[in-house]
Design a protein around this ligand. Structure first.
Ligand SMILES: NC(=O)c1ccc[n+]([C@@H]2O[C@H](COP(=O)([O-])OP(=O)(O)OC[C@H]3O[C@@H](n4cnc5c(N)ncnc54)[C@H](O)[C@@H]3O)[C@@H](O)[C@H]2O)c1
Length: 284
């Protein structure tokens, strides 16, 4: 039988590079999808013939759609695993100093750069959309999707509010979609790393960061192994800190009414949505 096929976005550096290397050692063919052609090509050379670098901008839908098609064909008409991992920090500060704030010719305040949300959240949703399409057309018709959230998605990071919002979004995505996709043998989970020294972090911070607060990248490999080894584990959020995995539950229901809405009103929602016509403008 042909080798299982994986896509790792942001696979040419940091966590993605470690996961790509780990998957190769487990017998996968790995497509490294990264924006950076230099590190991408270097990674392909160092990982050998079971790897393929495909320059991709995950925030551009057609770039990501081309990636999936190319990987499916390269892998012999199969995709088994996707790690939607590419991520960036805030590109413009929400708190921008008043002398830097800009208005256009009309006097309207210029739009905040929200690229972080496109890369860290929207691209993950589109990645899951594409993954589902190709898993349905793969021989085993089963797959595993892991997204990279962050400890910032569980707590908060005042320096990067957009990043924090995007990582909370990833957790909401896996908790909602995970229990649904399991019905067709697709698991959807996420990892929430603590501080792992990578190129994401400015070198000035890496230089002074205390060693006792570093999570080794091997903890991320351990989490991926946990998800790969369990066909039923889905909708899970696992926090990575030091050498430990912490499975995180959602907040407690506030009261019995909220629990009923969350757990027992599903049929009402399903019937309601089945009857609602597509709203004007909804598709645009
Ligand atoms: N390092 C940490 O401490 C830490 C903690 C929590 C979460 N994370 C998350 O882990 C993930 C990986 O980050 P990392 O720390 O390995 O950082 P990194 O900067 O070392 O690697 C990120 C990779 O993503 C690529 N990338 C960026 N934008 C892209 C795009 N639009 N399309 C394709 N590739 C793109 C970069 O070129 C780079 O190779 C990110 O989602 C990050 O938010 C990291």
């Amino acid at each position: 039988m042909s080798k299982p096929v994986a896509i790792v976005t942001g696979g040419a550096s940091g966590i993605g590079l470690a996961i790509s290397t780990h998957l190769i050692s487990k017998g996968y063919k790995v497509a490294i999808a990264d924006l950076n052609p230099k590190t991408g090509q270097e990674t392909e050379i160092s990982l050998g013939s079971d790897s393929l670098f495909i320059q991709t901008d995950v925030s551009d839908y057609s770039s990501q759609a081309r990636l999936f098609k190319q990987v499916y064909e390269w892998g012999g008409n199969r995709i088994d695993f996707c790690h939607a991992n590419a991520g960036i920090d805030d590109r413009q500060s929400l708190y921008e100093e008043s002398e830097k704030e800009e208005v256009d010719e009309e006097g309207l305040v210029k739009k905040l750069n929200t690229k972080t949300l496109s890369v860290n959240l929207e691209a993950v949703i589109q990645g899951l959309w594409l993954f589902k399409y190709y898993v349905r057309r793969s021989p085993e018709k089963k797959g595993k999707f892991v997204a990279t959230s962050s400890a910032a998605g569980l707590y908060y990071m005042t320096t990067n509010p957009q990043y924090t919002a995007s990582k909370y979004g990833v957790i909401g995505l896996v908790r909602s979609a995970g229990p649904v996709f399991i019905k067709e043998n697709i698991t959807v989970n996420c990892i929430c790393p603590g501080f792992i020294p990578t190129n994401l972090c400015p070198p000035e911070i890496l230089a002074v960061w205390p060693k006792e607060h570093i999570t080794p990248v091997s903890t991320a490999c351990k989490a991926i192994d946990t998800f790969l080894g369990d066909d039923m584990m889905t909708g899970q959020t696992v926090e990575l800190s030091l050498d430990q995995l912490y499975f995180r539950k959602m907040v407690n229901w506030a009261n019995e009414s909220q629990r009923w809405i969350g757990e027992e009103s599903k049929d009402i929602w399903a019937k309601g949505y089945a009857k609602v016509p597509v709203k004007e403008g909804y598709k645009s």
